[in-house]
Design a protein around this ligand. Structure first.
Ligand SMILES: [Zn+2]
Length: 170
């Protein structure tokens, strides 16, 4: 049984906190679903039956590494996502077509999300964003700039799968 554990959070109003709680519940439900395991084990792309930037791991090992929940700041395999979530007030940048929706700093616990994106996002969008950022915390990375295969990296693919499966939960 995998648990999503909110250790610290700040910057959320009461209404925003409802979306946060709902997103975490969906993330946890999906992490414990057979469907997620199947999607990761069967993941395929133009690269074949594997993720980009997979650290040399098979799809099954990628699943096991995510499920173990051993963050760089909490390296025990505790089967928990230990989360530190912060909402940062920011307006949508006017000129960028695909502005960053938030960020995390390698080696640090915090996951930052911008209000301009969060306020128009729904719970399953946020679940996908958390999943992407959290996968960095357990050691996965991706190309900095967009490439034709970046969406096949663990953070992007896992984030997208979590979002898609969370969307199916009522
Ligand atoms: Zn990323």
């Amino acid at each position: 049984m995998f648990s999503v554990n909110l250790i610290n959070h700040a910057g959320f109003s009461n209404g925003q906190e409802q979306k946060l709680i709902s997103a975490l519940k969906k993330f946890e439900t999906v992490m414990n679903s057979d469907l997620l395991k199947q999607r990761i084990l069967n993941f395929s792309s133009t690269l074949g039956n594997r993720f980009e930037d997979n650290l040399g791991l098979s799809n099954e090992q990628v699943f096991e590494k995510l499920y173990a929940g051993a963050e760089e700041y909490s390296p025990l395999a505790d089967y928990e996502a230990d989360l530190y979530l912060f909402l940062v007030k920011k307006r949508r940048p006017l000129l960028s077509r695909h502005p960053a929706i938030g960020y995390g700093i390698p080696g640090q616990k915090e996951i930052y999300t911008y209000t301009w994106w969060f306020n128009s996002a729904v719970d399953y969008d946020y679940a996908g964003h958390i999943a992407h950022e959290w996968s960095h915390k357990v050691g996965f990375d991706h190309a900095f700039n967009p490439t034709s295969t970046r969406n096949f990296s663990v953070p992007y693919a896992f984030g997208n799968i979590i979002e898609e499966l969370s969307k199916q939960i009522i």
